[in-house]
Design a protein around this ligand. Structure first.
Ligand SMILES: *Cc1c(COP(=O)(O)O)cnc(C)c1O
Length: 401
């Protein structure tokens, strides 16, 4: 594993403020982008991506961060984080393709899907990935023929009632079965590097992470007494961000995690797989009002983006984005904000206080960088938002590969 700590990789590209260009998060910047590129847009503020990455890195000293591509699988985000020295957490062939096109060394990547097709494993191995995740005997068996090239993390489930998205319902073994799986792998000649977990996305507090780290510490100790040479604990993602409701500041969230990680057995390193925390605050959705109607005394505004587009996270991710009207001030009235498709489920907000909007007005959603564009569809032939990444006041152009 040749994950480069950021000090080594990122020193040359320390933050500079945007002098000549513009701030993509400002009303003026968003207006300029919409005037140039039309709508709907998903604007990515690259400086904010870097700042989020650095902030989490500082809050988790010594923990190597593997950015999980799933919440925002876009080449510009991959390149920004590549240049910041990040490592990557991949789960599919498409994600491997993204890091391959960004010329990211496979040693900076791990593959963490607990259930894989044989072809997924072959693609990842061909790329040079060596660390994979499994949580059951059938999955472990798939690695018997690759045992000279692959080693495993055993994913353990810790159910979290407080996370907004519980990721331990679908994946992970019972903690009581984890050591038996390590032994089973060993019986097939497959090396086990350690354990991983994901307590759920947008965690409500640090309690589940701490409990999971403590439980895995006991598993690692037990594995060591049985002669296993484990070197890795992967604490997953789940780091929360502000939506309409503020989250705990990340430094406060991570302090008890660091306390628990300090008690890991000697020789065991920790890594994490943040997704949401790195990209959510850096994404801003810009949509236009394409029509309006007064129904039962209330204004309905129809945007060119909706629940089948970037606002898909309202459904899949249970997220409540801060939404604002860019052009208008004035008295707010209870209104309905709807998406463009002909489906009646496509309503972003049934009851939102908005000033009187005109056709063509821009409506902006903040904290929309994670699980938004990634889960958007083109239902009814309404195109997904165009992603425009801005770095230091300049739009990032596609890189030739
Ligand atoms: C989705 C996912 C992540 C990212 O989780 P966040 O809560 O967005 O930080 C990390 N690891 C795995 C295995 C995932 O499936």
């Amino acid at each position: 594993m040749v994950c480069r700590p950021a000090q080594a990789a990122g020193t040359a590209v320390e933050e500079v403020s945007a002098p000549a260009g513009f701030d993509p998060a400002s009303a003026d910047g968003l207006r300029r982008l919409a005037a140039t590129y039309g709508s709907p847009l998903l604007v990515i503020d690259a400086q904010r991506v870097r700042a989020q990455y650095r902030r989490l890195e500082a809050a988790l000293p010594g923990v190597v961060l593997h950015f999980a591509l799933k919440p925002m699988p876009h080449p510009a985000v991959v390149r920004v984080l590549r240049d910041a020295g990040a490592c990557f957490d991949l789960a599919t062939d498409g994600e491997i393709d993204l890091v391959r096109r960004a010329h990211i060394e496979p040693g900076r990547c791990i593959h963490t899907h607990p259930i894989k097709r044989e072809s997924d494993i072959r693609t990842a191995l061909a790329y040079g990935i060596e660390t994979f995740v499994a949580d059951n005997p059938d999955e472990i068996r798939k690695f018997a023929k690759h045992r000279h090239r692959a080693r495993l993390l055993i994913r353990v489930a810790f159910r979290s009632a407080e996370a907004v998205c519980d990721l331990s319902r679908k994946f992970g073994c019972d903690p009581e079965d984890a050591l038996a799986l390590v032994e089973f792998a060993r019986s097939l000649g497959i090396g086990v590097r350690g354990f991983s977990f994901h307590v759920g996305s947008q965690a409500g507090g640090p309690g589940m992470h701490v409990a999971a780290i403590e439980a895995c510490t006991r598993l690692l100790e037990a594995a060591a007494t049985r002669g296993e040479r484990c070197d890795l604990l992967d604490i997953g993602g789940g780091f929360p961000v502000d939506y309409r409701r503020a989250a705990m500041p990340i430094e406060e969230f991570c302090a008890p995690l660091c306390g628990a990680l300090a008690r890991l057995p000697q020789g065991v390193r920790a890594i994490a797989e943040p997704g949401r925390f790195v990209v959510a605050p850096a994404g801003i959705a810009v949509a236009s009002v394409m029509g309006r109607a007064k129904r039962d005394g209330r204004w309905w505004y129809y945007l060119d983006d909706g629940l089948y587009g970037s606002y898909s996270g309202r459904l899949f991710d249970h997220a409540e984005y801060p939404i604002e009207a860019l052009e208008r001030t004035g008295e707010r009235q209870r209104s309905v904000l709807a998406g463009p498709t002909c489906d009646s489920i496509d309503v972003i907000d049934e009851d939102i206080a908005l000033p009187l909007l005109e056709i063509g007005d821009l409506v902006v959603g903040r904290s929309m960088g994670a699980y938004t564009w990634a889960s958007a569809t083109e239902f009814n032939f309404f195109p997904k938002a165009s992603v425009i990444a801005v770095d230091r006041g300049q739009v990032i152009e596609e890189e030739e590969t």
